[in-house]
Design a protein around this ligand. Structure first.
Ligand SMILES: Nc1ncnc2c1ncn2[C@@H]1O[C@H](COP(=O)(O)OP(=O)(O)OP(=O)(O)O)[C@@H](O)[C@H]1O
Ligand SMILES: [Mg+2]
Length: 337
């Protein structure tokens, strides 16, 4: 089977003007602006199979939105190739948009002053969706996103959560095979996030939609994505299974200990002397330490602590996914695959 999305050596440069300092600098800027090239996406390559749901993650400014904009055909790349369902996104725009859906969480794709249902009817016309498909899709959206309650409200009066649900529905009305989502849960409360996630799971499983999702919410990733691609400063640093990423760093554990009497972290370091256990600066009563299970036994660390101090509580946990990802960001280029 051909991959649904093929990206090869994708590059996007932006021309930016860098400001000079001070008044004189400002004057020089006026006459001779200092132009520089910023490479936002730097030779990114990946394949995505039909029906996959892949998380595309990275810190602010990493190049996620720029990538998504090229994949949706909004931006033309500086160089490189993209094929989505056999089509080049920035060529044959009309034909292409019939095959894909996109949601940009930061701004709506809907008409601000129109009632939701009127927006949908317009999209139905634009995409030439037949009546039966329209009814069927609206039925699904009603059931999974409960948009029926506010179909007759103008988009500008919707809450963020309601708007996002409508945007998702709008993006899928014409039954595209591929869906691009740029921060679809941004600003949503816990319940609304859960609704969106459940919806995405459902349409992937039942309609076989291929999905790329960018997010800063690692809950989205944990609940939705088997595979993630991590990008940093335009470069892909990891492309693989979330489970493998966890395994790679999974031997690290974090110990939290609550004491009945104050001790400094230096005291605790003495207790675990000879063991590679890193104590963080605590407040005297609450302390945390990190170590690698393959280098230090948790049982031994705990035994020594209990013998040396009055311990009121203890907890040994794997690092949260945030830290696993942050570690990849920190490792930077050295960790490529
Ligand atoms: N239109 C533009 N002109 C100039 N530079 C831009 C433009 N759009 C983005 N950039 C720059 O390109 C880099 C990548 O931006 P991009 O928006 O793709 O990041 P991102 O990963 O989506 O970040 P975020 O998580 O904050 O949304 C950043 O350094 C950004 O400042
Ligand atoms: Mg972005």
């Amino acid at each position: 089977m051909e991959p649904m999305i093929q990206v090869r050596e994708l590059v996007r440069d932006y021309k930016i003007t860098r400001k000079r300092e001070g008044v004189t600098g400002g004057l020089i800027d006026l006459v001779r602006p200092r132009k520089e090239i910023l490479r936002a996406v730097d030779k990114v390559s990946f394949d995505i199979e039909p029906g996959e749901l892949v998380g595309y993650i990275g810190a602010n400014g990493a190049g996620k939105s720029t990538t998504i904009k090229m994949l949706t055909g909004i931006l033309t790349p500086t160089s490189g190739e993209v094929l989505v369902g056999g089509l080049i996104p920035w060529k044959n725009r009309l034909q292409y948009t019939r095959n894909i859906g996109a949601v940009f969480g930061q701004r709506t794709q809907l008409w601000w002053d129109l009632a939701v249902v009127e927006s949908f009817l317009l999209l139905k016309k634009i995409y030439e969706v037949d009546d039966a498909t329209y009814q069927k899709q609206m039925g699904i959206f009603n059931e999974l996103l409960a948009i029926g309650d506010f179909l007759h409200q103008p988009v500008r009066k919707l809450s963020l959560g309601q708007r996002m649900r409508c945007d998702l529905a709008a993006a899928l009305l014409h039954q595209p095979r591929v869906l691009f989502l740029d921060e679809p849960t941004i600003g949503l409360d816990v319940v609304a996030k859960d609704n969106v996630r459940r919806f995405l799971k459902d349409i992937r499983e039942n309609q076989g939609v291929t999905i790329i999702l960018t997010t800063h919410d690692l809950g989205d990733i944990e609940q939705l994505c088997k595979r993630i691609i991590i990008i940093d400063q335009g470069v892909v640093h990891f492309d693989g299974l979330l489970a493998d990423l966890r395994r790679r760093t999974g031997h690290r554990v974090r110990l939290t200990v609550e004491l009945r009497e104050k001790h400094s972290s230096v005291d605790l370091a003495k207790v675990t002397e000879g063991m590679p256990v890193a104590w963080e600066e605590g407040d005297g009563l609450l302390h945390t330490a990190e170590f690698n299970r393959s280098e230090a036994s948790g049982a031994e660390v705990i035994k020594r602590l209990v013998n040396a101090c009055k311990v009121s509580d203890l907890n040994l946990a794997e690092p949260p996914i945030e830290e696993v990802v942050a570690q990849i960001y920190r490792e930077g280029g050295s960790s490529n695959q």
